[in-house]
Design a protein around this ligand. Structure first.
Ligand SMILES: Nc1ncnc2c1ncn2[C@@H]1O[C@H](COP(=O)(O)OP(=O)(O)OP(=O)(O)O)[C@@H](O)[C@H]1O
Ligand SMILES: [Mg+2]
Length: 201
């Protein structure tokens, strides 16, 4: 028995949307420990892109867990499903022609590889590379303290692994970069790779 689902081709294609917007769609996939600076840097980049006239959208960890993924927990299986849904949503925004940012710890290589496979040449892995000790010292949400006390199971870096990217498109070493400089590094990459067209200053 075959499923009654047939893909319907869209009449407006990705290239047409891109031309209308004046930039190529992209998926900036930020990954790093909790407290590494994903949300902070992604927001700074988003603001810069917005001011350049780009159409953008940001999917951020906690916000998505409040809605779309509020039925998921933090065990390995749920983390995988969390990222799978985010990837599918991000892909819809990319299809719509936007420059999308996703700010999730996304600790598993296989999940990021899946996102890369789905988003194709729009995918840009941004490694927010902040040593665990620095993240724990910052502890902006007090989560490391709770994790060390055993109050949060499966906490990345403490009781759950983080698989660092092997060859990210953008490598931000935040120990040596201000938030502003990190955001500028991302914008520079988008310019150099032609995601943002000449003339966007
Ligand atoms: N160079 C830097 N780059 C980014 N953040 C920095 C930097 N220096 C200090 N910070 C601070 O580090 C903290 C990073 O917190 P942020 O919420 O952005 O992390 P996150 O990676 O989104 O964590 P989570 O996975 O828990 O959402 C912020 O308080 C930010 O101000
Ligand atoms: Mg965050």
């Amino acid at each position: 028995m075959s499923e009654p689902i047939v893909w319907h081709e869209a009449s407006v294609n990705r290239a047409e949307r891109s031309k209308a917007k004046g930039h190529r769609p992209a998926l900036l996939w930020y990954t790093g420990f909790s407290g590494s600076g994903k949300s902070t840097i992604a927001n700074a980049v988003d603001r810069k892109l917005f001011e350049l006239g780009c159409h953008t959208y940001l999917l951020d960890g906690d916000n998505v867990r409040h809605g779309l993924n509020n039925d998921l927990g933090f065990g390995d299986e749920d983390r995988v499903e969390n990222i799978r849904r985010i990837t599918e949503v991000a892909r819809l925004f990319v299809d719509a022609g936007l420059i999308v940012g996703t700010a999730f710890i996304s600790p598993f290589r296989a999940d990021r590889a899946q996102a890369r496979a789905l988003a194709g040449d729009a995918f840009i892995e941004v490694f927010v590379d902040t040593p665990l000790a620095v993240c724990e010292q910052r502890d902006p949400k007090g989560l490391y303290k709770k994790a060390r006390a055993g109050d949060i199971p499966h906490f990345t870096g403490i009781s759950s692994p983080y698989e660092a990217p092997e060859s990210p498109e953008i490598h931000l070493r935040t120990g040596a970069l201000s938030i502003e400089a990190a955001a500028e590094q991302v914008i520079d990459y988008l310019r150099r790779q032609g995601f943002i067209f000449e003339g966007a200053e």
